[in-house]
Design a protein. Structure first.
Length: 114
């Protein structure tokens, strides 16, 4: 069924070669680094956000799934909204100190950026 998934082949030009095999590029599997060796930086940003402040957690190295789980945990413990974009966790509001303490309690090596 995965071979006939037409949505993954959108934008591909038709080939008349009967031996043609469409190859999809697999994502690189990132090596899982233990939480104690992660160096996370927690900073505040208000540029291009209509004057609103957001807390940014950057420096995470690992898979997208693990980053989303970490973001979900941090958002829940802060009691606020946010998102995970471009390898960063974005938390609505100025929660730098609280996020650093949450990450340190989860055995991450986190420090406050600005």
């Amino acid at each position: 069924m995965a071979e006939n998934d037409w949505k993954s082949r959108l934008g591909v030009v038709f080939s008349t070669n009967p031996d043609f095999g469409y190859n999809t590029e697999e994502e690189e599997i990132k090596e899982k680094i233990p939480a104690s060796r992660q160096k996370l930086i927690v900073s505040l940003e208000k540029r291009n956000r209509g004057g609103k402040k957001v807390t940014i957690v950057s420096g995470f190295s690992g898979g997208e799934k693990e980053l989303e789980e970490l973001g979900r945990d941090v958002k829940t413990k802060c009691g606020t909204g946010g998102t995970v974009k471009d390898g960063e966790i974005v938390i609505q509001g100025d929660f730098r100190d609280r996020v650093v303490s949450i990450l340190c309690s989860m055995n991450y090596n986190a420090k406050r950026g600005n």
